[in-house]
Write a new protein. Structure first.
Length: 132
């Protein structure tokens, strides 16, 4: 059962008690300030829940801003790990651009003590997290 934590026109953040993960669903493209605010709100909920797992659903987004990708890699993801996140499942859109964006981002996180799973299927992402 999910408990809604935050909801805007751009994203929804929920707690999924079945897989014990914070779920962040991007409903519309966001860049710069609005994107980073959404990520910061997600981090606040991770910290308040003591979450070890996250599910990030970007399937409705076609591409990510390069500056935002760099910020995620260099600033935000390391802070989520410090907050206790060990596992993240990322659901991406079925477009080639979305897949390449996510692969590039995750490839640059290999040096971190952090396990990720990429998929185009939310149910597969939830199942993977449930096993962790």
């Amino acid at each position: 059962m999910s408990v809604q934590e935050r909801c805007t026109s751009t994203y929804t953040i929920e707690w999924d008690g079945e897989v014990e993960a914070v779920v962040h669903t991007w409903d519309d493209f966001a860049a710069k300030g609005s994107f980073r605010r959404g990520c910061e709100e997600l981090l606040e909920i991770i910290e308040s829940r003591g979450a070890r797992k996250t599910l990030i659903d970007t399937s409705r987004i076609r591409a990510h801003d390069v500056g935002d990708q760099e910020w995620l890699r260099d600033d935000w993801v390391p802070r989520t790990i410090e907050a206790g996140v060990e596992y993240t499942a990322v659901v991406y859109g079925e477009s080639a651009v979305a897949k390449i964006d996510m692969e590039d981002l995750l490839a640059n996180l290999d040096h971190l003590d952090y396990t990720t799973k990429m998929t185009t299927d939310v149910d597969a992402a939830r199942a993977w997290l449930a096993e962790r």
